[in-house]
Write a protein that binds this ligand. Structure first.
Ligand code: ZN
Length: 525
């Protein structure tokens, strides 16, 4: 279909073939004097919509033969008349701001997130707001559902972005890529009702509740007398049980769990599980009730995550947590245990892989038995050793969560295209590492990072493939993105964004390649 035909389409037109889209792109470029993304071209109710690049900025363009076209007029922007084959058309050039993002999600619902449920999915956090097109390329054709709007409160604080900006960047990215297959949005690691309020207002649909401050890690080591005393003092009213009924529920007889067999929980195991996670469960229930009020029951999905705690979640503890949440009516779609071994940021799994597999098989069996719900793997970037195990035992009931690795791929583009800037960023990251690593699970040692003076420009990319340098770059993203000079200008932010906009295709390609490696082990055979 050509441009003039597309302008006559009623409803939402089917996606043009790549060849047609390219012909239309050329026509639009001529009319608008911009550089249109062919994949973004969409026609709706007599208006053609597309995303275009104008110097360093992106613009939404809306074109219609009818100056009072309803779709076109909902967007705010500058209108002018243009001529196409003797027909006068109205062209509106619109900024990609929050108001227009809101309209975009209303008129093109595929640019708004949806509830994903139990579909196999991958979380693709984007700290820069530029990664969505590359992320979508990585999942295209795989059947996995991408969560392209995904940031934790900590990430947003460190990058000085708001939940609304994260959501809007994802919507524009989805529009640019012409992705119509749906996506999820994950307000990650929420710890308070205020965290829920700001992310719900921005339109997030999945809420990852993190009650880790209410987890009693000492319960893993306490003696039996201490455990018994702690157990009696749990907030039983909030847990909807009594100390006695909880014992009866778990100790009465073996549970028959497919994949585990007859499972008899011992008193000490129950006490440890309840003392460690009881208060965290009560807190999760509280946040879930708050979500019911804010979003309305059934209008959101929820994940419970305890991955950022000191001690691993044993299968018995996982069973107890999931079962209690279910008893309290929390309909969670995924749960993130803290697995054994080390899930450090940006690098592969460290630990006993055979023991990981043995326990993971039980976690997956519990998720099927109590749920079904998905096992969520946090800090899932670059954990190539465990993907085959996770894929094998979950059989698709899995959510893989990644974030930092996409920032590192952006830095890879800088290493390739702007060596001078990369050197500045790397040196800055080295200087910041000891301070910035505080809240992360990392073990990189600065003494093992090759000094920059010993590395040629052509070899700079090797920093991205080195365990120590990766972690140093990984945990310093907030400082890199937000540090300012004494005159108030950004030290790196503007130059970094300018490069990534200029080398957009390169960023898409490295993301597609790298995230593709994450996704592939989860494809259905
Ligand atoms: Zn996490």
């Amino acid at each position: 279909m050509k441009l003039m035909e597309l302008l006559k389409s009623a409803g939402l037109a089917a996606k043009s073939s790549p060849a047609d889209a390219n012909t239309i792109r050329v026509a639009l470029n001529k009319l608008c004097g911009t550089d249109v993304y062919a994949t973004s071209i969409t026609a709706l109710e007599g208006a053609v919509l597309a995303l275009a690049k104008e110097a360093d900025q992106k613009r939404l363009i809306a074109l219609s033969a009818n100056p009072s076209n309803k779709v076109l007029n909902q967007f705010s922007g500058q209108s002018r008349q243009v001529d196409r084959d003797g027909t006068t058309l109205t062209l509106r050039v619109c900024p990609v701001d929050a108001g227009n993002a809101k309209v975009l999600r209303q008129v093109l619902p595929y640019t708004a997130p949806t509830i994903i449920g139990l579909k196999t999915s991958v979380g693709m956090g984007d700290r820069l707001g530029l990664a969505t097109p590359g992320h979508l390329k990585a999942v295209d054709g795989t059947g996995l559902v991408p969560f392209v709007a995904q940031q934790s409160i900590r990430e947003m604080t460190r990058t000085q972005r708001t939940p609304q900006q994260v959501m809007d960047d994802a919507s524009w990215g989805v529009f640019q890529a012409g992705w119509r297959d749906g996506f999820g949005s994950d307000a990650d690691h929420l710890k308070t009702t205020e965290d829920i309020d700001v992310t719900a207002a921005a339109g997030f649909t999945m809420f990852t509740v993190d009650p880790s401050e209410h987890v009693d890690n000492a319960a893993g080591r306490d003696d039996i007398t201490t455990l018994r005393a702690k157990y009696e003092k749990l907030p039983w009213v909030d847990l909807g049980k009594t100390a006695h009924s909880c014992r009866t529920d778990y100790l009465a007889g073996p549970f028959a769990i497919e994949g585990i067999g007859a499972w008899q929980i011992k008193e000490e195991e129950l006490l440890r599980a309840a003392c460690k996670y009881g208060r965290a469960i009560a807190y999760t229930v509280r946040l879930a009730r708050h979500l019911d009020k804010v979003k309305g029951e059934g209008n959101y999905e929820i994940e419970m995550s305890v991955d950022e705690t000191d001690s691993p979640t044993t299968p018995v503890e996982h069973f107890y947590v999931a079962n209690e949440l279910k008893c309290m009516g929390v309909k969670f779609s995924s749960l993130a245990p803290r697995f054994i071994g080390r899930f450090e940021k940006g690098v592969d799994y460290q630990g006993d892989l055979a023991e990981f597999e043995r326990q993971f098989a039980q976690h997956a069996a519990i998720a099927r038995h109590v749920g079904p719900y998905k096992i969520s793997i946090h800090s899932g970037s670059d954990k190539f050793l465990i993907y085959p195990i996770a894929a094998k035992y979950t059989q698709g009931l899995v959510h893989l969560k990644t974030a930092g690795t996409s920032y590192l791929e952006a830095i890879r583009v800088i290493a390739r295209k702007d060596p001078a800037l990369f050197r500045e960023i790397m040196q800055f990251a080295i200087d910041r590492y000891e301070t910035d690593k505080a809240s992360y699970h990392v073990s990189a040692e600065l003494s093992k990072v090759t000094p920059l003076k010993d590395v040629s420009d052509a070899e700079l990319e090797t920093y991205l493939d080195d365990f120590h340098a990766r972690q140093v770059l990984h945990v310093t993203f907030g400082s890199v993105l937000t540090t300012k000079r004494p005159d108030g200008s950004y030290l790196f932010r503007d130059r970094l964004y300018s490069d990534l906009r200029k080398f957009e295709a390169d960023y898409d390609d490295v993301l597609c390649k790298h995230l593709g490696k994450h996704v592939r082990p989860f494809l259905k055979k």
